[in-house]
Design a protein around this ligand. Structure first.
Ligand SMILES: O=C(O)c1ccccc1N[C@@H]1O[C@H](COP(=O)(O)O)[C@@H](O)[C@H]1O
Length: 203
């Protein structure tokens, strides 16, 4: 199970996620209680071990603006939420960056097609809200064999069951590993990664 821990804003939380076995970390570069500036993201990047992708997370920004901010931060991966088009995928790839494209279950059927993104992410209606949803309903989207991440309302206590029900290839978390909004809890990060990588999380 691929595990991304998102919304990190301190060196300690970055190091804890990496040491716990996270496969990717995320820095939120859009309006959020977890927002960091490109300069802060660049400083955090210094604590990410080689081989672990660090992802710049965006919501309503145009793809070109997200690319510019990610470059300023030194990031090679971008995560785009919001209404997107195949042209956005081309914009990111033409810039030499990799893309996680986020969709919600209420998205149009064509949004679940393979647009050439590097990873698809299926999230709750409001990203970063901690809102749980009917994870098993993703099975109807026919994503077997695709590389995609489940997100929204995941936490150490529910991630294994949610990932298993959904048939997820990977998971992404932010709120569920916090002690209060925007403040990461190091023990919860460790517990989340362990639970997500347990046999119980397998489809
Ligand atoms: O975490 C945020 O604040 C955020 C803001 C804007 C876009 C995406 C954001 N995070 C992504 O949302 C989910 C996490 O949801 P949850 O908090 O665990 O319920 C995940 O994909 C984050 O990368």
């Amino acid at each position: 199970m691929f595990v991304k821990v998102c919304g990190l804003s301190t060196p300690e939380s970055v190091r804890t996620a990496a040491e716990a076995g996270a496969d990717a970390v995320g820095f939120v570069l859009t309006r959020s209680p977890r927002e960091v500036t490109p300069a802060q993201a660049r400083d955090l990047l210094a604590h990410v071990p080689a081989g672990i992708p660090a992802v710049g997370v965006f919501r309503h920004e145009a793809a070109g603006d997200a690319v510019a901010l990610a470059r300023e931060a030194g990031l090679k991966w971008i995560q785009l939420h919001g209404d997107r088009t195949p042209a956005d995928v081309r914009t990111v790839h033409d810039a030499g960056l990799k893309l996680i494209r986020a969709v919600t279950m209420s998205g149009a059927p064509e949004a679940f097609a393979d647009w050439g993104e590097d990873l698809l992410l299926i999230d709750a209606a409001v990203p970063g809200s901690g809102e749980a949803w009917d994870y098993a309903s993703v099975r109807a989207k026919g994503l077997a064999g695709r590389h995609w991440l489940l997100a929204g309302g995941l936490a150490p206590a529910n991630v294994a069951g949610a990932a298993s029900q959904a048939g997820a290839w990977g998971v992404d978390v932010s709120s569920g590993v916090e002690s209060s909004r925007g403040v990461k809890d190091l023990a919860k990060i460790r517990d989340f990664v362990a639970a997500a990588k347990s046999p119980a999380a397998k489809p």
